[in-house]
Write a protein that binds this ligand. Structure first.
Ligand code: NDP
Length: 327
């Protein structure tokens, strides 16, 4: 038997509850993992709650990330006792995920626990931290180095935002944090932001295609009108890493920043990164992110807390990174 957060749909409303399940209910896969920690991302909020087209069949176990110890493996790359991490690949969406004390997945989806991280720290990062690192790697590949001007992070008190602020600051960048929760200024400055921008300053669309050029790079977690505004504020040649859509997928804008300032808009997809790219991102973040800052972001939780926290994250009310203890 194992314990899991099971989402069932008997009428139109999905309902999540913690249940004891028989191991025979685990999905197909070549590696069985004793899950020690999981976490909560925006997508998990959707999969615990409305589903939003991500969950196709019920009953379902959400949890897009987990870290734990291999219990059984039919794949030569993993043996019982190995510490492993999983993010993405549709786990927690179309395949049962990490909100359980056992998970069974394809070996291809796993990576070894990065050196220097505990399973708990790996989940304090999770998809959010991994994605923040991918965004930084993308901007660096486009020529971003410290000293070119401030780098903007939107949705800064959220999961991706919190890790992005810490990481950029640890790498020597001047970081401007956009938040709708100005009471989080102390938290964001503690993570390394040197400038706080009120969400309201960027929330309204403008007719002006170009504004004063300020930002040498940007990690955008919210899209909507804010993405249109920040494109018009980028320095010549700067890259915006488009990560999320907390304010809605559509954004207003003109091509003028691309044509007159050579601004670049690059998408980040954390779900289907190949193994080598995953290993590179994980080892870089394990090396560069000060672990004491990671501690400041952690909200500890249990499986029982997840229905409430899942609803909170969809309302933009979770700060930092939830770490779910399944050990
Ligand atoms: P969180 O909910 O933790 O963070 C989102 C933050 O955005 C909130 O904390 C809030 O920050 C801000 N926000 C919320 N609503 C609005 C709004 N209406 N307008 C402007 N800002 C808003 O989510 P995550 O950090 O887990 O994910 C962030 C986004 O990135 C999500 O859209 C998610 O789906 C996406 N994502 C994409 C990935 C990829 O591979 N491309 C991987 C991971 C996440 P504040 O209060 O500080 O303003």
């Amino acid at each position: 038997m194992f314990k899991a957060l099971l989402v069932e749909k008997t009428d139109d409303t999905p309902r999540a509850s913690v249940q004891e399940l028989d191991e025979s209910r685990l999905p197909e896969g070549d590696v069985t993992v004793a899950v020690e920690y999981s976490t909560l991302n925006y997508k998990d909020g959707l999969c615990i709650g409305p589903g939003a087209g991500l969950v196709r069949t019920y009953p379902h176990v959400p949890g897009i990330d987990f870290a734990g110890t291999v219990e059984a493996s039919d794949d030569p790359r993993y043996a019982p006792g190995d510490k492993v991490v999983l993010t993405g690949w549709g786990v927690g969406e179309t395949h049962w995920g990490g909100y359980a004390t056992r998970a069974r997945v394809k070996a291809d989806w796993l990576v070894p626990l990065p050196e220097g991280l505990t399973p708990r720290q790996a989940m304090a990062l999770g998809t959010a931290g991994f994605t923040a690192m991918l965004a930084v790697l993308e901007m660096e590949s486009q020529g971003l180095v410290p000293g070119q001007g401030p780098v903007l992070v939107t949705g800064a008190s959220g999961g991706v935002g919190s890790v992005a602020v810490s990481l950029l600051s640890a790498l020597g960048y001047e970081v401007a944090a956009v938040t709708g929760r100005l009471e989080q200024e102390g938290y964001l400055r503690g993570l390394g932001a040197s400038r706080i921008v009120a969400r309201a300053d960027l929330a309204e669309p403008t007719e002006r295609p170009l504004e004063k050029a300020v930002w040498s790079g940007a990690i955008d977690n919210v899209a909507g009108p804010m993405l249109g505004r920040l494109l018009g504020q980028m320095l010549p040649g700067a890259t915006v890493a488009s990560v999320g859509l907390a304010a809605g997928a559509a954004f207003p804008g003109q091509v003028t920043p691309f044509l007159l300032r050579g601004v670049k808009l690059h998408g980040i997809n954390s779900v289907y990164q190949p193994y080598e790219a995953r290993m590179e991102a994980w080892s870089r973040i394990a090396k560069e992110l000060p672990l004491e800052r990671l501690e400041e972001m952690i909200v500890p939780a249990t499986l029982e807390d997840l229905p409430r926290l899942g609803a909170d994250i969809l309302k933009g009310q979770v700060r930092g990174r939830v770490v779910v203890d399944l050990s």
